[in-house]
Write a protein that binds this ligand. Structure first.
Ligand code: SF4
Length: 425
């Protein structure tokens, strides 16, 4: 049995290749996916690891109340966020733990089918999941039918309603949801969507229980979590930490710059914080004091030599291209924000007007998309304008941009590097 108060848990015995089913059984112990442990799930305090941080048991409770025999569990391992690598790392290490958790969730809501979704540009992960499913079929483990789906990669393709839309209709378009949580459906069948890391945590709680789970983490944020560290670091890292670990300690383990200009928490639609905030514990109850959250466990490190406004322009331009183009404020508003930022960083004559326009447009776009994509961009820009005030004043005054000399785009990890160059701890 894995010790309750030590790490790693989710990445237990991760060795650069996935554990076989036999090894998985030896390391984690056999489990009966047919047990019902909603009470333990509630007591564990597990929240979704995909970004929204919604209590997992509440979603399960809601879905278990839905009628019908055609319910689905969808395992979301799309990782549309370029700064995130954790779900791929997890599926490359312990795919059976993710599948165990999905089977437990399926049993609790009465679902007969599970869809595991990995974007199609991750061939190594896809092969590992196929092999894991094959091993389970050979052992004829009873349980729901499990299918692997490989939608095309886009930033918004991993948004849960876009993913369900793709499974239902082959279109990765987010659906308008005025209320959360909303029951998503494939045809008439209710769907529970959970992130791959969330499912793996369910796999642990179903085995060892809530008190075991709570022996790591804080009272409000129990357990461990996977953190993707990118930016001013030699290679992208995925590190499993107890929630509440200081951000600085995470950066040290990743070998990242521990005296950064700033960090971007939560990915491209996240929150910029000045570098002195790395003293904060990585847990939402602490991060919310400065307007941030743990989200999907992403820390992007910006070094002092970079310009935060230049980096914000680069991210905004990239995000504008990722709009699903079904809402005007997003389809037209995000490119306009990118253009304002470009004029600001380019140092043209009307840079002050560009800044005023940027602030005005951001207010008009906020909250007006069918999904949260434009809101995330607006949040990222607003926090940049606060955190990078010095860089901003330099641009307004027409001073040469320190970031223009540095051609590295710190936030971006080219897709082809994601599997081969990933380092996990
Ligand atoms: S807000 Fe943007 S990404 Fe979201 S549904 Fe509308 S157009 Fe698509």
């Amino acid at each position: 049995m894995i010790k309750a108060n030590s790490l790693p848990r989710l990445m237990h015995r991760a060795s650069g290749r996935p554990l076989s089913l036999e090894e998985h059984d030896q390391e984690f112990g056999l489990v009966d996916a047919q047990t019902d442990f909603l009470g333990e799930l509630r007591n564990s305090g597990l929240t979704g690891r995909g970004g929204a941080g919604f209590p997992t048991y509440k979603k399960v409770e809601l879905l278990s109340q839905q009628r019908g025999h055609g319910k689905f569990v969808v395992v979301n391992a799309m990782e549309g966020e370029p700064a995130s690598h954790k779900d791929l790392a997890l599926l490359n290490a312990n795919p059976h733990l993710v599948i165990d958790g999905a089977e437990m969730l399926a049993h609790m809501i009465g679902a007969k089918r599970i869809a595991i979704c990995v974007s199609r540009d991750n061939p190594i992960v896809i092969n590992n999941v196929k092999r894991a499913l094959h091993e389970r079929t050979r052992r004829s483990l009873r349980g729901p039918e499990i299918e692997l789906h490989t939608p095309p990669w886009r930033y918004v393709a991993g948004e849960e309603s876009a993913l369900v839309h793709w499974l239902d209709d082959n279109e990765s378009l987010p659906q308008y949801r005025p209320q959360r949580p909303t029951i998503l459906r494939i045809g008439r069948n209710a769907v529970l969507v959970d992130n791959a890391e969330t499912c793996a945590n369910v796999g642990l709680i179903g085995r060892f229980g809530a008190s075991w789970y709570r022996q790591l983490g804080t009272e409000s944020s129990p357990g461990s979590t996977l953190v993707s560290v990118t930016g001013a670091v030699d290679r992208a890292h995925v590190i499993e930490v107890a929630l509440g670990t200081p951000v600085k300690a995470i950066l040290e383990v990743a070998g990242a710059d521990t005296d950064p200009s700033a960090i971007l928490l939560g990915g491209y639609g996240g929150t910029w914080l000045s570098g002195d905030n790395i003293r904060l514990p990585f847990a939402t109850e602490y991060l919310k004091e400065v307007g941030a959250s743990v989200g999907a466990g992403i820390i992007m490190v910006l070094p002092k030599r970079a310009c935060g406004i230049m980096e914000t322009y680069r991210i905004t331009k990239w995000m504008a291209n990722e709009s699903a183009r079904q809402c005007g404020p997003c389809a037209f508003g995000l490119p306009a924000l990118a253009e304002d930022l470009q004029q600001l960083v380019a140092g043209g004559k009307d840079r002050k007007q560009s800044l005023d326009r940027l602030i005005h447009r951001a207010a008009e776009i906020d909250g007006r998309g069918a999904c949260k994509h434009p809101d995330g961009v607006v949040r990222m820009i607003r926090t940049a304008l606060q955190v990078f005030d010095k860089d901003l004043q330099n641009h307004i005054n027409g001073a040469p941009c320190v970031g223009s000399r540095d051609t590295k785009f710190y936030a971006t990890v080219p897709r082809h590097e994601r599997e081969e160059d990933l380092v996990w701890e």
